[in-house]
Design a protein around this ligand. Structure first.
Ligand SMILES: [Zn+2]
Length: 137
């Protein structure tokens, strides 16, 4: 079984890369990161990039980070709410279209609202689940 990793968290998957390299695994890793200026082009290319990188995989692990949000307190975010939703939709639709099973998890996210809650992060995560449900259920 060949597994791939699509890491869409703002943080670089350097720890995973070290493990994969140390163990000598054949595990393709794609990390998505850009700027607000490159976001639309990246979103347009995402389906083709997924297919090109993971077509030979039997399972795709996906990190759906909320910290790429433009208002995330981590900084350097590059996607707004709608773009994050489109990111997730593209992942699920593309994988379904090519018959690639997905195991995804929520990741990252450091926003707070005026009351100090993490509702903005949960909104991003809720959108991920909604997109997954619309595509797979
Ligand atoms: Zn992160």
């Amino acid at each position: 079984m060949r597994v791939g990793l699509l890491d869409l968290d703002q943080h670089d998957p350097d720890g995973v890369r070290e493990i994969v390299e140390h163990l000598g695994l054949d595990l393709p890793i794609l990390h998505g990161r850009g700027t607000p200026r490159t976001a639309e082009r990246w979103l347009q290319q995402l389906p083709a990039t997924i297919i090109e990188t993971f077509i030979d995989c039997d399972l795709l692990l996906v990190q759906l980070g909320a910290d790429p949000h433009v208002e995330d307190e981590l900084g350097a975010g590059w996607l707004d709410d709608e773009q994050l939703r489109r990111r997730d939709r593209a992942v699920f639709k593309t994988c379904r279209a090519i018959g690639l099973p997905v195991c995804w998890n929520l990741a990252g996210g450091y926003q707070h609202d005026a009351d100090g809650t993490i509702r903005p992060v949960l909104n991003v995560h809720d959108a991920s689940l909604q997109e997954c449900s619309e595509v797979w259920l």
